[in-house]
Ligand binder design. Structure first.
Ligand code: ZN
Length: 214
């Protein structure tokens, strides 16, 4: 489950309303599951973040014990792991454990919003200022965060990616982060929805939940 802080939702909506009737756009920074995994390993087991890769073997490469692995997974899912789960579910690598976590309620955590100027200055399309985007990417790296989503507003249509949105996502190669659409079509009841845009052009709506922590 993707987690938004209520503060970041407020900031995103505030930005979209401020730019209305033009489209607003920006980047959502946060901690991916891999970042969260690294945090626990670094804080609890003094493992260097740099050695933790998706294909690292939990026991042979990271020297984690079964108890360590259970602790990490339980922390990320909030659900205690049943005995023998590591063997029966074939959780061998970092990627295996993150897939398990994702299937059991864990997810990216959005922590901050970076406004990007829409250089198209249009009610019907957006184009992120490339230098500001680069800065956002650098900021993410500096804070040890990742780009977990992009957002933009639709001022005259529903909160659903347009054909152009889908095409641009594929052409840019940015299909890992989610796409958040803020519709101001009904200004009194704006709608915020989140999607995964796949390289084959399919669009899947993703749920998110709100947390009060910033
Ligand atoms: Zn759009």
């Amino acid at each position: 489950m993707f987690l938004f802080s209520t503060q970041s939702i407020k900031e995103m909506t505030g930005h979209c309303l401020a730019e209305n009737p033009n489209e607003a756009c920006g980047v959502v920074l946060g901690k991916t599951l891999l970042h969260q995994f690294k945090d626990i390993c670094a804080n609890e087991f003094s493992i260097e973040r740099g050695v933790i890769l998706f294909d690292s073997h939990l026991i042979n490469d990271l020297n984690l014990t079964h108890a360590n692995i259970k602790k990490i997974i339980t922390t990320l899912t909030n659900v205690p792991l049943e005995t023998g789960a590591l063997e029966t579910r074939k959780i061998m690598t970092v990627l295996d454990s993150l897939e398990f976590v994702a299937q059991n309620g864990g997810g990216d955590i959005a922590t901050s919003i970076v406004r990007i100027t829409n250089t198209a200055k249009s009610p019907y399309r957006y184009q992120m200022d490339p230098l500001e985007f680069l800065d956002a990417d650098k900021k993410a790296e500096r804070l040890d965060l990742g780009i977990v989503a992009f957002y933009h507003s639709h001022t005259h249509s529903a909160a659903y990616p347009s054909d152009t949105d889908v095409r641009l996502a594929i052409e840019s190669g940015w299909t890992d982060p989610y796409y958040v659409l803020v519709s101001l079509e009904n200004i009194d009841a704006h709608e915020i929805k989140m999607y995964q845009i796949n390289v084959d052009g399919t669009v899947i709506e993703k749920n998110y939940s709100l947390s009060n922590c910033s």
